[in-house]
Design a protein around this ligand. Structure first.
Ligand code: SF4
Length: 323
């Protein structure tokens, strides 16, 4: 599979506070990954891990501080002409977390879905309605929704409209920022199934942002585990879920609900919270919570160790390592 996106050594820092007490937030810390053609890559992590910041950088809502982003092997510059920016946004679309606020409540579904066709000049005006009905059918809705306002739709229907809006410009990559987290559990599966069908039918790739490891396993080909702005483990979805290597991935797995057992999640024995991004720990950022932390972990940042279909950033694997 060819790469759609290649991200190398991406960094993002935010400055917060007043001049005299300015602090630096290290939101993204030198991460690299690629998204292949027709692939779903899930970025999984707790709140504050940086996963949404990655999506916002790729969608160009945030500027990166440093690092390289290539789309179709072409370097994406920090600054773009308006024409290039428009073309980029056509190829790389964003689906928002909150289907309740991502649609303008004052505009009809027809108006909302007609905007991309007009902005990107996709078809003659007399073809817009026909194309909108086609895209509505694709996401499981019909023309009876055209004149409705967003508040007349359920959360799941609104997210389908968000997906239709993204899909209308025929993008190559969709950045889906927790697209199911605000929906009822019963609807989540429908939306994920729709996204997978769209991947197959339209040859779209996704960056799927989530804190839900089980959801990531369901939808994604590969999973990247994020913590404190860093990727700690990345690999095939089934490998990561069935046999996690990194202690933090094991923690996430142990904390995930186990619907089949009806039991509450059992957390592995860790202590502490996600670190303060203005004052990251020395060495491995996970060491304050890690039951396996050694002096080496406290003083030295681990490098990636590469295995078949997976890479893991942990000193436990320095010599090939036991899991
Ligand atoms: Fe734990 Fe050390 Fe591995 Fe970090 S490098 S996850 S502290 S064992």
């Amino acid at each position: 599979m060819n790469d759609i996106v290649q991200v190398e050594n991406l960094n993002k820092v935010f400055k917060i506070g007043k001049l005299s007490k300015m602090k630096t937030v290290h939101a993204i810390n030198n991460i690299s990954f690629e998204i292949k053609n027709n692939e779903i890559l899930a970025l999984v992590g707790e709140s504050g891990s940086g996963k949404t910041t990655v999506a916002r950088i790729l969608s160009r809502l945030y500027k990166r501080t440093s690092g390289s982003i290539k789309v179709f092997n072409k370097e994406i510059p920090m600054k773009m002409s308006k024409a290039d920016e428009l073309e980029y946004r056509k190829n790389v679309q964003l689906i928002f977390q909150d289907p309740f606020s991502s649609l303008n409540p004052l505009h009809s579904i027809y108006y909302i879905l007609s905007r991309p066709y007009k902005i990107h000049n996709l078809c003659p005006n007399n073809k817009i309605r026909e194309n909108i009905i086609n895209i509505l059918n694709t996401v499981g809705l019909s023309d009876e929704y055209l004149d409705k306002l967003p508040h007349e739709l359920s959360g799941g229907q609104r997210q389908r409209i968000g997906i239709a809006r993204a899909l209308s410009v025929n993008p190559k990559l969709i950045l889906a920022d927790e697209p199911t987290s605000m929906l009822d559990v019963s609807i989540r599966l429908d939306i994920m199934n729709l996204m997978m069908k769209i991947r197959d039918d339209f040859n779209v790739s996704y960056l799927f942002i989530t804190h839900d490891l089980a959801g990531a396993h369901y939808i994604a080909d590969r999973i990247a585990i994020m913590y404190a702005g860093d990727i700690l483990e990345i690999g095939n979805s089934s490998d990561i879920i069935n046999d996690p290597f990194h202690p933090y991935t094991k923690l996430l797995k142990s904390a995930a609900p186990k619907p089949e057992s009806g039991l509450k999640p059992e957390r592995i024995d860790t202590k502490g919270e996600i670190p303060d991004l203005t004052d990251l720990p020395s060495g491995c950022s996970f060491h304050p919570r890690c039951p396996f932390a050694s002096d080496l972990c406290r003083s030295s940042s681990p490098s990636f160790h590469h295995f078949e279909h997976r890479s893991v950033k942990c000193h436990l694997f320095n010599n090939g390592g036991a899991k």
